[in-house]
Design a binder for this molecule. Sequence first.
Ligand code: BEZ
Length: 238
Amino acid sequence: METQNMTENFGMPRIGDKAPAFKAVTTQGPIDFPAQYAGSWVILFSHPADFTPVCTSEFMTFAKMEEQFAQVNCKLVGLSVDGLYSHIAWLRTIKEKIEYKGMKDVEVRFPLVEDITMEVARKYGMIQPGESSTKAVRAVFVIDPKGIIRAIIYYPLSLGRNFDELYRVVVALQTADAFSVATPADWRPGDDVIVPPAGSCGVARERMEGQADMHCYDWFFCTKKLPKEQVLDAILKK
Ligand code: BEZ
């Protein structure tokens, strides 16, 4: 029984699952997640607590990049187990008082979910008791336009996220979808991509290498050129 409760309370959605649905109050009004994001990519991310330094640096960075994410049809939704008035006061403090790494007067326009009951945080496996049973860890869920979880990244309380990497994840997933390819280590638009996608049946190396712009390192590892302009043309919102 105890084990069952632990699974219910701290179960984690996985890559390929439908994003668990919830309705909540946010700093931008009510949210019906993920239904109201149908047709968009969305990053749902949690932070441990309002009025804390690492979280403040993260929110300022994410807010500054909101337009960059919007250009690839990706919206942002934050969450912590603090209440709405704490969220509002913290975001106002950030805008009015905090100057950090050249960023100032930063307005957070994306919704920040109130989750005092921890209902949503538990649903998403954001409460990880070994780290903290009263705060969410720094979880990141990348969800596609059909509401499917495509990537999950967790960081501990002390470690601020790399937002360039989160942007790279969204771009790489969109590129993989648009061109039926996989992306190698540290891939960025303009770098070679992997064909066929990992997990599909192998195609004879000779046949692969016969194709223009293709290079095979061995029978299981072939890449092809994919110009940056083609990637951007496919993923940038028109
Ligand atoms: C922070 O955001 O600075 C923080 C939050 C919770 C625990 C440790 C650090």
